[in-house]
Design a protein around this ligand. Structure first.
Ligand SMILES: Nc1nc2c(ncn2[C@@H]2O[C@H](COP(=O)(O)OP(=O)(O)OP(=O)(O)O)[C@@H](O)[C@H]2O)c(=O)[nH]1
Ligand SMILES: [Mg+2]
Length: 459
């Protein structure tokens, strides 16, 4: 990718809209756009950052393409830190295509994915973390991802990373001055190794804590899994259909109707969750049924939130006992006692009460309980958010890998902290490089390309 080219691309999403924005960046941005405007002098004399009205035309045929507003930015005071023009035209794919083809005729080329931000990065205007935060902000699927991206965008990570860097630099200097001038050094040998050892231990603890937060967060980013589990014929599929508001799962009086699991996305208060209907637990008649039941058990054990459907006309089964015992402590199990219209099983209710489990007694054929169950799910989702609502400076796979590198290097440095100072210093320097790479001293082109290829065109 040649970064001395002048580039252009629509920055707004494709489709019909009131207006669209086209960005132009590079050393010939001003001259190229000027060629395509009828009011050339007005444009060249317009103060930077001032939005004015122009007629955009094809410079070869003088055919009018659109009436637009445009704003000129001079380097380095622009998004990419290069000379830039932003053209606001009427929205709609034909208008945009027409203007883009006119601009490309003047000698610029179509921008690659994330190329405007990549240039901003190469010109030192944004760090790698901030570039990623811009992309995360655009793509955030829920309020948590959004909040995290915003924190990194505004540089909340800087304080912590600055502190880590400072600690590393101090440890390295301590070791190196001791190695070079052992006599002149007024810090005793034992004290050097003690201080280096403590610094590494503290740093390791802090990085591990950040990684821990990242793990909690990533569960929410991929969406919480809410599984409906229970014995055959309990009413799981009936509840699933009620919650999604449609007839997605087959409901039938025959036992073992649902053989595989079914998933459907639900969104409650801005949080995306995946609702899963599972096969009924119990003994299997044949191999395929057995596989379905195994999958159901996986959900029973691993889902973030579990809803156990149990029929009022039957006593608790072994499987239900198993599930209740396992999840009782975790407060993420909700029991739906179905078929209230058939029988009121007072024993079952008192058992649930005695065990301090949350439950509701409903009739699924009368479509009861939807608001109640939804209310419980959304409370649980909010509790999950509350529990995981700590933003981490590590936001993606690239960050996680660098954190692993830091931890590995610190571990090795620690092994040498009491003897073999040269090696300790070497590994501490590697850890320092990893921190610098995290912010954006990214020297490798493939890493850079990897970051920006995740962007959309025009960003
Ligand atoms: N009377 C009554 N019937 C219900 C109730 N809930 C479910 N049923 C009936 O019970 C039968 C089984 O319901 P499903 O929703 O298919 O049960 P399931 O748990 O998905 O069953 P499997 O997929 O076989 O494990 C159907 O005939 C439903 O109409 C209820 O609250 N009252
Ligand atoms: Mg079913």
């Amino acid at each position: 990718m040649n970064i001395s080219d002048t580039i252009a691309a629509p920055a707004t999403a494709a489709g019909v809209g009131a207006v669209a924005l086209i960005r132009v960046s590079g050393q010939h941005a001003h001259a190229c756009v000027e060629k395509c405007l009828r009011e050339k002098e007005k444009f060249s004399r317009a103060p930077a950052h001032k939005l004015l009205l122009y007629t955009l035309l094809n410079p070869e045929t003088n055919d009018i393409a659109d009436e637009v507003t445009a704003v000129r930015y001079s380097a380095p005071h622009s998004y990419s830190a290069e000379d830039m023009v932003e053209i606001i035209c009427h929205g709609g794919s034909v208008v945009i295509e027409k203007i883009m083809s006119i601009l490309l005729q003047t000698g610029m080329r179509y921008a690659g994915k994330g190329e405007f931000t990549q240039r901003a990065f190469l010109n030192g205007k944004v760090t790698a973390i901030k570039s990623e935060a811009i992309n995360d902000l655009i793509n955030s699927k829920n309020t948590i991802a959004y909040k995290n991206a915003l924190n990194n965008y505004f540089g909340d990570y800087e304080t912590l990373l600055g502190k880590w860097k400072e600690a590393l630099v101090e440890a390295i200097s301590l070791i190196e001055s001791h190695l070079e001038f052992p006599e002149a050094d007024d810090v005793a040998e034992g004290e050097v190794s003690e201080r280096v050892h403590d610094t590494i231990a503290e740093l390791t603890g802090e990085i591990e804590r950040e990684m821990e937060k990242r793990k909690k967060m990533s569960v929410l980013e991929r969406g919480v899994v809410v599984a409906i589990i229970g014995n055959k014929n309990a009413g799981k599929s009936s509840l699933f259909n009620i919650l999604i508001g449609g007839q997605r799962a087959i409901v039938h009086e025959k036992e073992g109707t649902t053989r595989d699991f079914l998933t459907e996305k639900i969104s409650i208060r801005g949080i995306e969750a995946t609702l899963v209907d599972t096969a009924g637990l119990g003994s299997a008649g044949e191999e395929i049924e057995e596989i379905g039941i195994q999958r159901a058990w996986e959900y029973a054990h691993n889902a973030d939130i579990r809803i156990l459907v149990t029929s009022a006309d039957r006593e608790f089964t072994q499987e239900e006992e198993n599930i209740m015992r396992r999840t009782q402590q975790e407060d993420c199990l909700y029991c739906i006692v179905s078929k209230k219209d058939l029988v009121k099983n007072a024993d079952k209710i008192s058992t649930l009460k005695r065990r301090n489990l949350q439950y509701t007694l409903i009739s699924l054929i009368h479509e009861e309980g939807k608001t109640e169950v939804q209310g419980w799910i959304s409370n649980r989702l909010e509790a999950e958010i509350e529990r995981r609502n700590e933003s981490s400076i590590f936001q993606n796979l690239r960050h996680e890998k660098l954190a692993d590198t830091m931890l590995g290097e610190l571990k090795r440095a620690q092994e040498y902290s009491r003897q073999g100072y040269e090696m300790a210093s070497f590994h501490l320097r590697n850890a320092l490089t990893a921190i610098e790479d995290l912010v954006g001293n990214v020297a490798h082109e493939d890493i850079l390309n990897n970051i920006f290829s995740q962007f959309c065109i025009g960003k």
